[in-house]
Ligand binder design. Structure first.
Ligand code: DQA
Length: 148
């Protein structure tokens, strides 16, 4: 049976490609997801991607992952810095959890230095641009015991 990774993208990540390209690059979200999904498939995982600009949608996606997924990989966008509700939802998911960011929030404005999610995930990968997603997948593979 293929093991599912739920990949979550928060607010404004649908604008990647044209949103602050000097910070986030010019790769679109579809391109990030396609690359992640291709690498995941090669490693024996299926990917269900959910992007939403609404906190509740992301919370419901985490809740549904409880029934189906081996891992949640989440770039929550700015909800990273404000959403205790999303952190609570992730805390109920017993599988592998990886927080991912294209930029390095710790090197940016002070409001980005807090991650509500950091304490409920296995770990966080930030600052490597598109490579952040590949490193997140590698983390999932290692934690799932499928890395070669
Ligand atoms: C981001 C960093 C967040 O601070 C920001 O609000 C985003 C993108 C990143 O991938 O670097 O929307 O999560």
């Amino acid at each position: 049976m293929t093991r599912e990774i739920v990949l979550l993208s928060g607010p404004n990540l649908d604008l990647l490609g044209t949103r602050n390209p000097e910070i986030y690059g010019t790769t679109t979200l579809d391109e990030h997801v396609a690359r992640f999904s291709q690498l995941a498939a090669e490693a024996g995982f299926s990917v269900r991607h959910v992007q939403s600009n609404f906190e509740g949608d992301l919370i419901e996606a985490v809740q549904s992952a409880r029934e189906s997924a081996v891992a949640v990989v989440i770039n929550a966008g700015a909800l990273t810095h404000s959403s205790w509700a999303l952190a609570d939802a992730l805390d109920t998911f017993n599988g592998i959890k990886v927080e991912v960011h294209l930029s390095n929030p710790a090197a940016r404005e002070p409001f980005r230095h807090l991650s509500t999610l950091a304490g409920v995930v296995h770990g966080s990968i930030a600052g490597f641009g598109a490579t952040s997603y590949e490193l997140a997948l590698d983390a999932v593979r290692r934690l799932a015991g499928t890395a070669s």
